[in-house]
Ligand binder design. Structure first.
Ligand code: UD1
Length: 424
């Protein structure tokens, strides 16, 4: 198994790029199924989840061409409506294929990828919305079978919670439904805006992205187009927090400040100086950070659950206390026990964590608990004196193209090693 080895305690300096957004690329690839002609996606991140989505598309009968960060999907020969279990399990968000495959082919058969490290991940809202559009869906032993016996019809759908995945799934089906669909309390995340913009490029008629109410006028077919995936705001946040945690001065190039409005004031409150310009976001860290106060995760435009762990890494060495309340996923503080191995002082009670900043942290042998928690361990390790080993980095590889390559651009001492190399 591979690990990351990090020598910490040195400030960072330099420029680091932001790649295309994972959480945008996945629904965009699922959306390609709806089109009748080739679609070309630029700026796709080179991630294992993206590769898994491409394998699902191939299984469905799409032809894929990949060149660097460009992926061309030709869906004209699509014919299979089922996805084998092993492909579904490779990527937890694969359920987003349900809406598009059933809308395009009239049926879809796939298995539910199940709960994940963050907790149970129900899909009741996805199913409720798709049923409202006219899908007949049966669930059997964690397999989902969807049929569209009488065509899809627009409907008014109210989500009791603005679920990102449910909004995407319903949107994907609604674009080809007859008549108008209104999704109330829709997720407002920028990735929903990216999906809507792509679909509109292909001839869909979607209004209201970002407002919480999506209005979709169904069209009979979608054509192809060429589209550039938006930059990854979670990756941008990770780089900013690495800079804040380790100290130094960095430029996160290509980061979009308008997607980071809940994070940037917190970094400033912690003492970082930020400069926003055409190149991206420049961060200059203070000698020592101050605590970030009370942070509560919530749906966009609130503070994202995916940025909670990396910001907590910053809070660990800050002067004073910080507190975090998680309201989205029930199991999202597992990184804190690993942080404590490096000397952090954190008290977790249910969905709340209180961080008592310490002056010094030491490198340790830790294990990535999940994708963002794993990246946060790297941010903490950059601050800690001495050597840190992060094990089980397959979680990190799901969301970062090559963490060690990118952080090395900032002068970080980080490399990928085999477990055997550590023992010897
Ligand atoms: C997406 C992101 C993930 C991010 C999350 C919240 C992708 C691939 N993943 O995940 O990185 O952390 O948004 O911003 O884009 N829920 C239900 N019923 C449902 C669906 C969701 O109760 O049918 C609940 C979930 O249990 C959870 C909350 O809603 O508590 C948020 O889930 P959701 O917004 O759907 O997140 P994902 O789309 O899975």
């Amino acid at each position: 198994m591979q690990c990351l080895k990090i020598e910490g305690g040195f400030p960072l300096q330099g420029e680091i790029p932001v790649h295309g957004a994972k959480n945008s690329a996945l629904p965009l690839l699922a959306a390609a199924v709806l089109c009748r002609e080739e679609v070309i996606f630029h700026n796709c991140p080179g991630l294992s989840d993206v590769a898994a989505a491409c394998r699902i598309l191939e299984q469905l009968g799409c032809r894929i061409r990949r060149e660097g960060s460009t992926i061309a999907v030709d869906p004209s020969a699509i014919g299979n409506h089922w996805v084998p279990d092993h492909l579904m399990r490779e990527m937890r968000s694969s359920v987003v294929f349900l809406g598009s495959v059933a809308a395009r082919l009239g049926e879809a058969s796939l298995c539910f990828p199940g709960g994940c490290e963050l907790g149970a991940r129900p899909i009741d809202l996805h199913l409720m919305g798709l049923r409202a559009l006219g899908m007949e869906i049966t669930e059997q032993e964690r397999h989902i079978y969807a049929r569209v016996p009488n065509g899809l019809r627009g409907a008014r759908i109210h989500l009791r919670f603005p679920s990102v995945g449910a909004t995407e799934n319903i949107l994907l089906a609604a674009v080809l439904a007859e008549g108008e669909t209104v999704i109330e309390n829709a997720a407002r995340e920028p990735e929903i805006g990216d999906l809507a913009a792509f679909l509109n490029c292909c001839g869909a008629k979607i209004r209201g992205a970002g407002s919480g109410t999506l209005m979709v006028e169904g069209v009979p077919r979608l054509h192809g187009c060429s589209y550039t995936v938006m930059p990854d705001r979670i990756e941008a946040a990770t780089w900013l927090c690495c800079g804040a945690s380790a100290g130094g001065e960095i430029l996160v190039s290509g980061a979009r400040p308008e997607h980071l409005e809940s994070l940037l004031p917190l970094l400033e409150r912690m003492g970082c100086r930020l400069r926003l310009d055409a190149a991206g976001i420049r961060l200059q860290a203070p000698e020592r950070l101050s605590g970030c106060g009370e942070v509560v995760t919530s749906p966009y435009p609130g503070f994202p659950t995916d940025m909670q762990a990396v910001l907590m890494a910053c809070a660990c060495s800050a002067e004073g206390e910080s507190s975090f309340e998680e309201t989205i996923f029930e199991n999202r503080f597992r990184h804190s026990a690993e942080f404590e191995k490096m000397g952090a002082r954190i008290q977790v009670e249910g969905m709340k964590a209180r961080v008592y900043g310490v002056r010094s942290l030491q490198g340790a042998d830790v294990t990535a608990t999940d994708l963002r928690g794993g990246a946060a361990m790297a941010a903490l390790a950059l601050r800690a004196e001495g050597s840190t080993i992060i094990r089980d980095i397959r979680h990190i590889d799901r969301g970062y193209e090559c963490l060690e390559r990118d952080l090395s651009l900032l002068g970080a001492s980080i490399r990928r090693v085999n477990e055997e190399e550590i023992k010897s």
